[in-house]
Design a binder for this molecule. Structure first.
Ligand SMILES: Nc1ncnc2c1ncn2[C@@H]1O[C@H](COP(=O)(O)OP(=O)(O)OC[C@H]2O[C@@H]([n+]3cccc(C(=O)O)c3)[C@H](O)[C@@H]2O)[C@@H](O)[C@H]1O
Ligand SMILES: Nc1ncnc2c1ncn2[C@@H]1O[C@H](COP(=O)(O)OP(=O)(O)OP(=O)(O)O)[C@@H](O)[C@H]1O
Ligand SMILES: NC(=O)CC[C@H](N)C(=O)O
Length: 715
């Protein structure tokens, strides 16, 4: 026996508050789903508004416009004949919920509010929504009058229930609920729900996809059932990149998987599954049957008296279930090549920009940023060649090209929209200048090579005339403070010049009807964490594609890109010592990042992870590293490193408040504006924690008797 049914899920590139664009992408996904013969279509979380509206959700207009768009979808006959699961905010009894609305043939069947909201890291759903706290309870929801007029319905069911058709049972779960210890899909499956939908607004983080897929595969292999995962994709107006990967799994096996990074606005993923396989799988696991028969939660069934799986598909020689396949994962290097590149494209087209400007130093960080822009150009050309009309139109609009121009070559596209600039001083080396020029030529950016010593000297001379004092570099006998000031002025002047060139280069080139360029920043996550950047230089670009990526990962990315994109010049960036080139180079002295910082990039990744992900203060970080790093390092060496890290982290925390908005990619990102909320005036000596650390060090060195944990004996 078999009972085949075709189901559809999708990735939609929604944009916060773009109600009409979002509506059109939903309509397109329904059209494709129907074309592929699907009987159920599930879309991403809050797809009508876009997931990332944040505090806009508090506005009544957003709920109003959501209903307006929803009704427009519902009343179109072409959206009928398929069960729809669409996401939007709904007010019920003056409380706002994050909901799924299930409809068929222009009639609303049921509204299901999210039970467990996402409220950590980048997520703060509890600011705008209330979770539905009544397990298994269903209430009557009165539809807004305008909706009543269209559907002819006055009330619909609202709450924690499931849909029952004549031939199967369907339940909706929303994003975070999958990640909770008691996911609703477990109790639903124990109560006989065969098809579970999951609508997500889930963003990219390096190496995170495994977690999401593991949960789906694990859950459906323990519980059996069909799981349809839908996700938003793209930059919807913030630092996050939602990474799609719509997926269909059956009994612990993947049968369909959409792409994670792509410039398609609408991607529909379908599979034909056999519901009898679910019944057979579940029925043969006796322990599951015992749990099912004694399961405390019996969901109210919302009846739809139709057969979802058409009778004629019980057996049709020409229709067979979709084969299982291995889940697909990108390497982290590929994730860096693709995620930030897609984000940059969305950003550019959505802000109606005309291109990017990047200060290109000849070091790894700005090199990585340039290669990501190159990757963006490659993706645009690939999509255009595949006939993606939206991408072709966007490319024409951004380049201000005529309507017969076609983006057929990544280098040609870069030459129109990407501008790089080497801003040398007397402290710069020939090598960095040459590497910049060669990289620019390889990717074909419009490159400017300038010397800015005159500006630096004249600004410093203004200071000298006003104060009668002349600061000099440390290697010539100056103090630390003079040395820093002379470095910072170079960096800040670069920022001022960057904005001047970004504004005027398109004009210089005679590009018609153009605005300015967006300035790209390229401080990596480790430098941000340590504060190793000049405030109002690198902190002050428009956007930064690598601000959430570690130096270690950036190096891996450059090694990958060197081969993948056939760019041998990148190998030279890899072997060069990272240096800011802000101090004079002499025979005996060349400035180096890691010596300047007093710690290595590798150590910074460890500190960053322990601080943010493992929630360690100085004392517990020290204890953990003492175990990890001894006997290689002594207790006092570990203590010194931990104290030094926290010292620099604390004195530079204020820089996070003005940091360039960066693509979120790393769990240990210190971004103060959305992700890592901390005070920015912190005593960098962490005095009490330091005393406790010293106590343990003394104990390790045999200088202290008694327990180091005895707090009463510390002054
Ligand atoms: N608690 C606090 N709250 C608010 N603001 C505070 C503050 N403490 C200092 N400040 C402000 O911040 C300023 C100090 O920060 P900042 O001006 O950045 O200066 P600072 O952090 O002292 O120096 C910049 C560092 O970045 C390094 N660096 C490395 C690589 C590349 C680059 C580059 O730019 O290319 C730079 C450079 O070598 C140097 O060590 C103070 O002058 C003050 O205005
Ligand atoms: N000579 C320069 N010309 C243009 N931009 C520069 C120059 N020096 C620094 N910058 C800008 O300032 C940023 C910060 O400099 P930093 O030295 O930290 O990075 P980097 O030179 O790209 O890489 P690395 O840290 O590996 O040396 C650079 O990424 C670049 O955008
Ligand atoms: N929107 C959500 O509920 C997302 C939360 C979930 N933990 C994720 O990262 O995918």
């Amino acid at each position: 026996m078999s009972q085949l049914i075709t189901l559809a899920t999708c990735n939609l590139n929604q944009w916060a508050l773009d109600f009409e664009g979002n509506r059109d992408r939903i309509l397109e996904s329904i059209r494709i789903a129907k074309e592929k013969g699907a009987r159920l279509r599930v879309g991403p979380e809050l797809e009508i508004t876009g997931y990332g509206c944040l505090d806009h959700f508090l506005e009544g207009d957003v709920t109003l416009h959501s209903w307006e768009m929803y009704v427009q979808i519902l009343k179109r006959p072409e959206t009928h004949g398929i069960l729809l699961d669409i996401g939007m905010p709904v007010m019920h009894k003056n409380v706002r919920y994050n909901c799924r609305i299930l409809s068929l043939d222009g009639q609303i069947m049921f509204i299901r509010p999210k039970l467990w909201l996402a409220n950590d890291g980048n997520y703060r759903e509890m600011r705008f929504f209330t979770p539905w706290m009544k397990a298994g309870v269903v209430e009557e929801f009165q539809l807004p009058p305008a909706v009543q007029m269209v559907t002819g319905q006055k009330f619909v069911s609202f709450g924690d229930a499931v849909i029952r058709t004549l031939d199967t049972c369907i339940g909706a779960e929303t994003c975070e609920e999958l990640f909770t210890p008691q996911s609703p899909n477990i109790s639903m499956s124990l109560d006989g729900v065969e098809i579970i939908t999951n609508s997500s607004g889930s963003h990219h983080e390096l190496r995170k996809l495994n977690k999401r897929l593991d949960l789906i595969i694990n859950s459906t292999s323990r519980c059996g059932g069909v799981y349809l995962y839908a996700n938003q994709r793209g930059c919807d107006g913030d630092r996050l990149y939602y990474d799609g990967c719509a997926l269909i799994a059956v009994n612990g096996k993947v049968v369909a998987q959409g792409s994670q990074f792509c410039l398609k606005d609408v991607e529909v993923v379908t599979a034909t599954v056999d519901l009898e396989e679910v019944r057979s799988y579940r029925g043969s696991i006796m322990s599951r049957c015992l749990q099912a028969t004694s399961s405390p939660l019996t969901y109210k069934r919302i009846d739809i008296p139709i057969e979802l799986a058409p009778m004629n598909l019980r057996f049709d020689r020409n229709v067979c279930p979709t084969k299982t396949r291995e889940a697909f994962y990108h390497l982290p290097e590929e994730e860096i090549a693709l995620g930030p590149a897609c984000w940059l494209w969305d950003y550019l087209r959505r802000c109606n920009g005309s291109g990017y400007f990047l200060p290109l130093s000849g070091g790894i960080d700005s090199c990585a940023t340039a290669v990501i822009v190159h990757s963006m150009c490659r993706l645009v050309v690939k999509e255009a060649n595949e006939g993606n009309q939206q991408v072709i139109e966007d490319a024409r609009r951004i380049t201000r090209a005529s309507s017969d121009w076609f983006p057929s070559d990544p280098r040609e596209l870069a030459s129109k929209i990407f501008h790089t600039c080497y801003m040398g001083t007397e402290n710069s080396s020939k090598e960095t200048q040459r590497r910049s020029a060669e990289l620019a030529s390889r990717i074909d950016s419009y490159h400017v090579d300038l010397k800015m010593d005159k500006v630096v000297t004249s600004v410093v001379s203004v200071f000298e005339i006003a104060t009668g004092k002349k600061p000099i570099f440390k290697i010539f006998g100056g103090s630390q403070i003079e040395n820093l000031a002379l470095q910072n002025i170079q960096a800040r002047i670069r920022m001022v010049l960057a904005y001047l060139f970004a504004q005027l280069l398109p004009w210089v080139r005679g590009i018609p009807n153009t605005g300015g360029l967006l300035v790209l920043g390229s401080a990596n996550v480790d430098e941000c964490l340590r504060g190793y950047l000049t405030k109002y230089d690198c902190s002050s670009a428009d956007i930064n594609p690598i601000g959430g990526i570690s130096k270690t990962d950036l190096k891996k990315f450059i090694a990958y890109a060197s081969k993948e994109f056939d760019m041998p010049i990148l190998d030279e960036f890899l072997t060069a010592t990272p240096t800011a080139e802000l101090e004079p180079i002499t025979k005996e002295y060349v400035q180096s990042d890691e010596i300047d910082m007093g710690m290595t990039y590798e150590e910074l990744s460890v500190f960053g992870y322990l601080r943010k992900v493992e929630k360690c203060g100085p004392y517990s970080m020290f204890l953990k590293l003492l175990h990890q790093w001894s006997p290689r390092l002594s207790a006092s060496q570990v203590a010194e490193k931990v104290k030094k890290f926290f010292f620099y982290y604390a004195i530079n925390r204020h820089k996070q408040t003005v940091l360039t908005p960066s693509y979120h990619a790393e769990q240990y990102s210190p971004d103060d504006n959305r992700f890592d909320l901390r005070p920015f005036l912190i005593n960098p000596r962490f005095t009490w924690a330091s005393k406790k650390i010293d106590r343990v060090v003394a104990e390790c060195e045999g200088k202290q008797s008694g327990s180091p944990l005895d707090i009463m004996s510390i002054d």
